[in-house]
Design a protein around this ligand. Sequence first.
Ligand code: UDX
Ligand code: UDX
Length: 459
Amino acid sequence: MTVKSEKLAITIVGTGYVGLTTGIALAYLGHRVTCVDNNPEVVEKLKKGMATIYEPGVEELLVEAAANLSFSENLLDSLPDSDVVVIAVGTPAKYNGDTDLTYVENVAREIGASIAPEKFLVVVNKSTVPIGTASRVDTVIKEELRKRGLEGNYSVASNPEFLREGAALHDTFYPDRIVIGANELQAVNVLRQMYAPILEQTFTPPRSAPRPENYGMPAFVTTAPTSAELIKYASNAFLAMKISFINEFSGIAERVGADIREVAKGIGLDKRIGSGFLNAGVGWGGSCFPKDTRSILFTGKQYGVDMPITSAAVEINHKQRKRIVEKLQVALKVIRGSTIGILGLAFKPNTDDIRESPAIEIIAELLDMGASIKVYDPVALENYRQHFPHQDITYASTVEETARESDALVLLTDWEHFLHVPWQDLAETMRQAIFIDGRNYLSGEEMQNYGFTYLGIGC
Ligand code: UDX
Ligand code: UDX
């Protein structure tokens, strides 16, 4: 079905990875977008065309889409005229695994207080939120409207995001599917219109996000709000499980002398399994998998539903960090007094995000065991320093500096940069040339030839 491509007025609340990427992409597609954030510094920078997150292509697109974009600290500036408001504020985990909905509820309250009496507004939950939050947001908005003596003309929908950091623009413009959980057809129709250029791929690709060859059209999936909320958790738990599965098998591969990369290739060619997310390594981190698996386990507990598969995925992930330390113990014999160089602090390449990064747990454990730590990351050093200002570690500005006089190097993030390092010159600068590749990223054979004792994961 071809949808009439009308431009909409859209307010996005929260300009983190998800909100900012979505906002500038929708502006690029021709909609009139206002991005609202309650952090004045963030708004100030964005107004100057400066990206507040490290995400490839975002800064270029901020400039390209500038004519359709504005930024504000105040929802009232744009909400009354908007057709759609997208809630994309953070939903951090509480200490018990439950999700903190304070920010989402605050925004819902503000929406209820600013909604125009007559104009139809679609309120979209894009943040990852526990089951029932669409309904909760509706209740909060209703309460505010009641205080104003109004009924309002709005509908709440759930529209989960599936963006990978580092590829967020690509995933926004070329998704596999767009999921809309809504109770009202009118809301579905407005959102279909909002996504029409993506659903029909009618836009000229931006330079920073070229259309992939062989890209088919994305599916438009409409569901009940609760199903949409569960689709997000099920997707992330499944992907986390897939990685944990291959990591579990990497343990047995090591013992029997198999190569987990060959095993992954061999099983991934089965279309029912699929080849994605089968890279064995130090395990998953980031702002989504750890938080979302904890959150759905918490929900399962609340409802008395056992979720042993998701639970095991989390446990295996934790064990992968331990395996790195164990490998170091075996290779170095004694950790205390040794110097270990950590290559990669970000939880994955192409981002400065260190949330739940494997490096955090591994560095803390090695420090506890009495090692001296040097760290290097092409992008995330500063972010790490800000989060751990009191940690007694050395920040290196190159891989060469990290290697010099170290006993072991541990690669934890598969940054492309590490493919272009003159490894052949580095083994001889180290005290002991032990190299643990926590991502199976480099060629073991080459590294051995360059004089390293190379250890991968499951190979
Ligand atoms: C997003 C989703 O919100 C989260 O649910 C999902 O699981 C991962 O992606 P992210 O985009 O990384 O999170 O959010 P974050 O980096 O925390 O940024 C949120 C932004 O919202 C910040 O800029 C913050 O200043 C802003 N904010 C927060 C508001 O504008 N208002 C608030 O009340 C709270
Ligand atoms: C993820 C989901 O992919 C995205 O759909 C969701 O909406 C947000 O969470 P993101 O966390 O940005 O995206 O990164 P992703 O590329 O999924 O990687 C997550 C973690 O898994 C990283 O730490 C990565 O290094 C690790 N990983 C990924 C592996 O260890 N092996 C793999 O094969 C793939």
